[in-house]
Write a protein that binds this ligand. Structure first.
Ligand code: PLP
Length: 402
């Protein structure tokens, strides 16, 4: 079938659960992309915090090509070298003793929630099954993870929600303390809420959750699907807080654009997943793990991680400048290269309009809800691209009818 698909063909042939922009990008290099007509875009979106090394990074391309010529798939009936290598690298670099691989963030969280339930079941009995999560959180789209997520719009109309899940207020320790008790098997939290509006946890909140979990024999699960793998300037965000979870989930930047998810945990907790308890046909496949290893090895270096803080400062500087001119933002927040600019009253809920205006100016940005502009660029975005992208953002905001 040698034809060039259009945006209209998307509508014709694909389910209407997405509403992508009018342009169709066909090529990317570093932090720049080109569409079907050769128009160039600067990428401040990073495929929603996925392309942490930009597009077509040589280390990732090389890993994919090399592995692609050797072995694509075995299933979990056989071990494979790239999976063992990636597991060891993650274990050596974190609190964890063991890794489980899957294909996405939602699957990593599904595994984490099942592991926590099973651990409580085996160690404390069947009644310890309650999961505490937080409003505005996002943990994936499987039925378990969307139910644990704190946004009702994603569960409405799909029938009965699994039981034993309660939601407190994010960054409100008193609200969490009211919910966490001897029936709690796990507390799931994003160290920085991404989809929910780019809100970093406070130190007191995460430390307080750790203490409450210890008090009540509950497992603390950090969902680092969006904020992990270098995004905060640390390999994982828990390192910035020095609060150690029992289970950590990772995806997105872990594969730099190739689908992979991981759940990390300690030996004691991992032990309840005996043979046959959980699994995935593709999880831990050689292609994904080879690319994941190249991504982690490249990102977990002083050169990349230290550059994140410098780029964060540049983003902030430019956004402040834009805000001075237009008064469009009420708050600029975030850690490292996951940043959010919340619109002021005058620009209330202008997220989607800004995104479309930015595309017209040759810039890709994200929203986190209708009222927050979100930035999740490559961790190695060149400073010249930041300056050029910000000039385009300034034009886009100037073009908005407010
Ligand atoms: N957890 C968090 C914090 C996320 O931001 C996301 C996706 O945006 C997910 C889980 C789900 O990941 P995936 O879309 O790979 O299933």
């Amino acid at each position: 079938m040698n034809w060039t698909p259009t945006r209209d063909d998307f509508t014709t042939y694909m389910l209407p659960n997405y509403n992508p922009q009018a342009v169709i990008p066909v090529r990317g290099q570093g932090s720049r992309l080109w569409d079907q007509d050769g128009n160039e875009f600067i990428d401040f979106a990073g495929g929603i915090a996925v392309n942490a090394l930009g597009h077509a990074h040589p280390a990732l391309v090389n890993a994919l090509k090399t592995q692609g010529e050797q072995l694509w798939h075995l299933s979990n009936v056989y071990a494979n070298e790239p999976a063992i290598r990636l597991a060891r690298t993650l274990v050596d670099a974190t609190f964890a003793d063991k890794a489980f691989f899957c294909n996405s963030g939602g699957e990593a969280n599904e595994a984490a929630l099942k592991l926590a339930r099973r651990y409580a079941h085996d160690h404390h009995g069947a009644s310890k099954d309650r999961i505490v999560s937080f409003r505005q959180s996002f943990h994936g789209r499987t039925w378990f993870t969307v139910s644990v997520g704190g946004q009702e719009k994603y569960t409405e109309g799909f029938g009965p929600i699994p039981g034993g899940i309660v939601h407190g207020e994010y960054n409100n320790l008193a609200s969490a303390a009211e919910l966490i008790n001897h029936d709690t098997c796990a507390v799931m939290v994003e160290p920085m809420q991404g989809e929910g509006g780019v809100t970093p946890a406070t130190q007191a909140f995460l430390q307080g959750l750790r203490d409450l979990c210890d008090q009540h024999d509950a497992l603390l699960i950090f969902d680092e699907v969006q904020c992990g793998v270098g995004r905060t300037g640390h390999l994982y965000a828990y390192m910035a807080y020095d609060v150690i979870p029992d289970i950590l989930t990772s995806a997105k930047a872990l594969g730099g654009g190739f689908p992979i998810g991981a759940m990390l945990t300690t030996d004691k907790i991992a032990d309840v997943f005996v043979v046959g308890t959980h699994g995935s046909t593709y999880g831990g496949n050689p292609l994904a793990c080879a690319v994941g290893l190249a991504a982690v090895e490249t990102i977990n270096s002083a050169e990349v991680l230290e550059g994140v803080a410098r780029r964060h400062a540049l983003f902030r500087e430019h956004l402040n400048k834009i805000n001075k001119r237009f008064g469009c933002f009420a708050e600029i927040r975030g850690m490292g290269l996951l940043m959010g600019a919340e619109f002021s009253d005058k620009y209330h809920e202008m997220g989607r309009d800004t995104l479309a205006a930015a595309v017209k100016e040759g810039l890709m940005v994200l929203v986190a809800g209708p009222n927050v502009l979100r930035f999740a660029p490559s961790l190695i975005i060149p400073e010249a691209d930041i300056a050029e992208g910000m000039a385009r953002l300034e034009h886009a905001i100037a073009s908005l009818a407010v």
